[in-house]
Design a protein around this ligand. Structure first.
Ligand SMILES: NC(=O)c1ccc[n+]([C@@H]2O[C@H](COP(=O)([O-])OP(=O)(O)OC[C@H]3O[C@@H](n4cnc5c(N)ncnc54)[C@H](OP(=O)(O)O)[C@@H]3O)[C@@H](O)[C@H]2O)c1
Length: 257
């Protein structure tokens, strides 16, 4: 059995990727809290075919990013990577803690770029591999009130679409996954009040993962999960940028905890 790696694997979307991939792969789960990773392993293990293993690392830190990169480099059975770990911050950029904004870039962008590089070089050698980078529908929008987060996700979407084309001739599948509002701890951590968003806008993490893996089988470059999100993003393409900025700003600003 080959090996898959999922960052941000202890909960939310990452945990659902682990659950799905564990049917066909040994899965390495990466996030900071060893206790949460082990909890996820105990929950998923009874229904998994492969082995599950926790790797506790803080991927905002360069040294720990490099530690994971070196594990990937040495693993001869490495075939699947999901760059999922990420967090968001909400508020006027100038009033937010700068160190945290920079850490957001370290995790959402820098770790993802480093690990994508390692993965593609490995997959090119073996002639097979799968890379999913988790962006967001926020990557399609200017987002006053969530400026850094939306910019990191715009990077991930654009970067990954380009990688998709570069990797295709080698038989490597690359996807930018763009979820919309998805039930997880993400909003609580970002200080966003979930209850103010209508229920029709929400998906469960397992639904997002099912859509992503189904799109990957057809080697789709971008997967926007959920019909509502797909329609909303199509609509934004026809909106004047000024209106889009203001609407996105209202959506984020007034729903802060
Ligand atoms: N939920 C949504 O509505 C939504 C929508 C669009 C896109 N997304 C994207 O989907 C991805 C997963 O989000 P989620 O909703 O599943 O979030 P979540 O429930 O908050 O889970 C985040 C995961 O990332 C890990 N993590 C956080 N900081 C880390 C760090 N410094 N180093 C290593 N791991 C770290 C967390 O574990 P530890 O805290 O123990 O490290 C956890 O396992 C993110 O990239 C997010 O931007 C989410």
């Amino acid at each position: 059995m080959k090996n898959a790696y999922v960052t941000g694997a202890s909960q939310g979307i990452g945990k659902e990727f682990v659950r799905a991939l564990a049917k066909d792969y040994n899965v390495f789960l990466i996030s900071r809290s060893a206790a949460d990773l082990n909890k996820a392993i105990i929950e998923i293990e009874p229904k998994s075919r492969g082995m599950l293993k926790a790797i506790s690392l803080d991927l905002t830190k360069k040294k720990e990013q490099e530690e994971l990169a070196s594990i990937l480099e040495k693993d001869k059975d490495f075939e699947f990577l999901v760059n999922n770990a990420g967090f968001g911050t909400v508020g006027e950029f100038a009033s937010l803690d700068l160190e945290q904004e920079l850490d957001e870039i370290n995790l959402n962008v820098k770790a993802l770029v480093l690990l994508s590089h390692k993965a593609l070089n490995k997959f090119k050698k073996t002639g097979k591999g799968f890379l999913i980078n988790v962006a967001s529908i926020a990557g399609y929008l200017p987002a006053p009130g969530s400026a850094t987060y939306a910019a990191t996700k715009a990077f991930v979407k654009s970067f990954t679409e380009s990688l998709h084309e570069e990797a295709r001739p080698y038989g490597i599948y690359v996807q930018a996954l763009c979820p919309g509002l998805t039930h997880s701890d993400f909003h609580e951590r970002a200080g966003i009040e979930k209850s103010k968003y209508p229920s029709l806008l929400w998906q469960n993490a397992n639904e997002v993962v099912d859509e992503s893996l189904s799109a990957l089988r057809h080697n789709k470059a971008v997967c926007i999960s959920g019909a509502v999100n797909q329609s909303a993003i199509s609509l934004t393409e026809f909106m004047p940028r000024t209106l889009l900025r203001k609407t996105a700003g209202l959506f984020l600003k007034f729903d802060r905890k």
